[in-house]
Design a binder for this molecule. Structure first.
Ligand code: ZN
Length: 266
């Protein structure tokens, strides 16, 4: 902890006045957001709006992780980057966006790919991990690290016009983790399909902003309603509409099952 996130000074109260007047947020909720530390994994089409809305909400501290560089084809959806960022690292660009937006917010950046070996160190100390990465192997590594570190995980993903947002606390009895949801089959598979399948900017924006709202709900729960752990929100961009499914804990999950079944992954 290098710096303490900002207290709610008079100037900060003005900045967040429209939050504070909401009974569901109020001064207590705003102070909780200011004290919060979010680790954001993946600074692409989902991560960009997540960062924008959580920075706007005054989340005091971020850990930003992405090993990619900004490409010209990213700009139709990755809203924190501009033409002059092309060829430069996304993590650096995200920190620059954040510093321009609100210099009071603290960010630590990691310009490398998160995996099973480094995930624990990268997410350590976070109150909430948000995963907006684009492949199952990374998502499972992040999820397993969250279970081991007992940190809640908010997972958001898009495939063409289908979006998914779900919050997990697999370290708790009876609560599923992301691995309970998708199983072990995807561990080795890297399925970054945006380039082949195409992706609509507003679609990932919708998923990212919904994830940001869920993150705010989780960070100040239960003021904005109970955290709906294990609920999978499915978003259909073609219908359009949303529905919700309940994910069940897998008694044999190698990340979060109690006892012998859970010893495979750390
Ligand atoms: Zn599990």
């Amino acid at each position: 902890m290098a710096e303490t996130p900002h207290p709610l000074t008079e100037e900060r109260l003005q900045r967040f006045a429209r939050h504070i007047v909401l009974p569901e947020v109020g001064g207590a909720g705003q102070a909780a957001l200011a004290r919060s530390h979010v680790a954001l994994i993946g600074l692409g089409g989902i991560g960009a709006p997540v960062l924008q809305y959580l920075a706007g909400a005054g989340v005091g501290r971020f850990t930003l992780v992405d090993d990619g560089d900004v490409e010209e084809s990213n700009l139709q959806r990755q809203t924190i980057y501009t033409t002059r960022d092309i060829g430069h690292g996304k993590a650096v660009g995200a920190r620059r966006w954040l510093a321009n937006f609100d210099e009071k917010l603290v960010a630590e950046i990691h310009d490398r790919r998160i995996d099973a070996n480094n995930a624990a160190a990268l997410i350590g100390g976070a109150d909430l991990v948000i995963d907006g990465t684009d492949n199952f192997a990374t998502r499972l590594a992040v999820s397993d690290a969250c279970v081991a570190a007992r940190i809640p995980l908010l997972s958001a993903a898009v495939g063409r016009f289908q979006g998914q947002v779900a919050a997990f606390q697999g370290h708790l009895e009876g609560e599923p983790c992301y691995r309970c949801f998708v199983g072990d089959a995807f561990d080795a598979e890297d399925c970054d399909t945006c380039a082949e399948d195409g992706v609509l900017g507003a679609m990932v924006g919708w998923v990212g902003t919904f994830a940001a709202m869920q993150a705010v709900r989780l960070l100040i729960a239960p003021q904005m309603g109970a955290a709906d752990w294990g609920s999978l929100h499915l978003m259909d961009g073609l219908k359009p509409g949303m529905r919700v499914l309940k994910i069940v804990k897998d008694a044999a999950c190698r990340a979060c099952a109690p006892g012998d079944a859970g010893q495979g992954e750390g």
